[in-house]
Design a binder for this molecule. Structure first.
Ligand code: CP3
Length: 361
């Protein structure tokens, strides 16, 4: 592998707080962005999305660019995250699925065994060319603000494909994993290929960092995560490292028991939900991977706290900044995505507070 083509299109953002923090340096302030910062909490998003189905929107470069820029303009966050979805590469590759408003991804013909796995199509780069085009537009528009690309990790994608939609207990997914490990591993291998290809396209087009979402990995025991999931996620991080040195973030919900193992998969930054204080998270990650460098973490304000009034929000932001102070780096974020009914003005105030409270003079 060469690393010339992808890296050459990237902007020089050496001082961008997000990238400095992700690499374990000292940023001029603690960087802050929000998962799902683009979306229904913003009236300007609801307006431009009106009448346009989600997946169609994700494949329309002008619209992707506009929606991605909206929270950057409004909140002054330290990163843009590409407007897309974890199931987009599956859809683009030809898997029958839709994103149903209020529900999430719904798969027409769920995967139930070996033949379905064999029939799962691979992603070709040109099938997501509109995403590359959108990244191309964004890197011109964003100035000094880094752009985060992302993809879904194999376990979370497998859960949607096997369950046929969102699932509370992931019972079909776990049944496949335990009853037919061979089929399970070949499914995750194929999904890892698709995810890696999707990330290569984004990195090649100029994203400055990537986040791998294993949103539902927290449903697994540490033992099962290590055996059935971690090797596949690791291959994705290794594959990205082969083509670029962009920082890599790994996030899941309810992953308190898995934080060390998720770090073992190979990211530079581990995302933490609100259930585990950042100092505890740092200790767990450091114990799992003892190196000279302290872990870099991202998180972890409970998105529900944004509804509790400013005094509560302010108190929680200060607590989280204090708990993140001894990390190797801290990227402020929520513990999961912005809820659709969140008051966007509260998000803008959180950005201002994080910046003023952490400004280096
Ligand atoms: O963070 C951002 O601002 C970037 C956009 C983004 C979306 N999806 C846009 C979206 C990102 C990073 C995702 C990733 C994603 N998609 C994940 C991982 C992150 C997480 O939340 O754990 C998951 C699990 C999905 C699957 C998915 N897609 C769900 C659960 C939903 C919500 C369904 C609903 O209507 O409540 C979607 C749809 C989706 N993806 C929306 C957005 C803005 C809402 C669709 C709409 O506005 O019509």
């Amino acid at each position: 592998m060469t690393n010339s083509a992808p890296v050459s299109t990237r902007r020089d953002l050496a001082d961008a707080p997000l990238l400095v923090a992700a690499r374990g340096g000292k940023p001029r302030h603690t960087p802050v962005w929000f998962m799902r910062q683009a979306g229904r909490s913003l009236p300007e998003y609801r307006q431009v999305r009106e009448g346009i189905p989600m997946l169609q929107a994700c494949l329309t470069p002008d619209l992707v660019s506009e929606i991605t820029l909206q929270p950057v303009r409004r909140h002054g966050v330290d990163a843009a995250i590409l407007f897309s979805d974890i199931v987009l590469p599956l859809y683009a590759a030809g898997v029958g699925l839709d994103i149903v408003p209020g529900t999430g991804p719904v798969v027409t013909k769920p995967i139930s065994g070996r033949d379905d796995v064999a029939a799962l199509p691979a992603l070709e780069a040109e099938q997501v060319k509109p995403v590359a085009d959108a990244v191309g537009l964004l890197v011109q528009e964003l100035g000094q603000t880094p752009l985060i690309g992302f993809a879904g990790a194999p376990f979370t994608l497998a859960s949607y494909l096997v369950e046929g939609g969102p699932s509370r207990n992931h019972e079909r997914t776990k049944a496949l994993m335990h009853s037919d490990p061979q089929t399970w591993h070949s499914l995750l291998e194929k999904l890892a290929d698709t995810t890696l290809e999707f990330l290569r396209v984004q990195v090649g087009a100029g994203v400055d960092a990537i986040q791998l979402f294993d949103s539902w990995a927290g449903a697994l025991s540490l033992r099962d995560y290590r055996e059935f999931v971690l090797p596949h996620s690791r291959r994705i991080f290794e594959g990205v490292s082969e083509i670029s040195d962009v920082p890599k973030i790994h996030f899941g919900v309810g992953t308190g028991e898995l934080l060390g193992a998720m770090r073992n998969a190979g990211p530079d930054v581990v995302g933490v939900d609100w259930r585990v204080p950042l100092d505890t998270a740092v200790a767990r990650i450091a114990a799992a991977e003892p190196t000279a460098r302290k872990p870099v973490v991202q998180g972890n304000l409970d998105p529900a706290v944004l509804f509790a009034g400013w005094d509560a929000v302010e108190r929680e932001v200060h607590r989280i900044l204090a708990e993140g102070r001894d990390a190797g780096g801290h990227i402020f974020n929520l513990g999961h995505g912005v809820l659709p009914t969140t008051d966007p003005e509260v998000l803008t105030r959180v950005v201002e507070l994080v910046h003023t409270a952490t400004a280096q003079r």
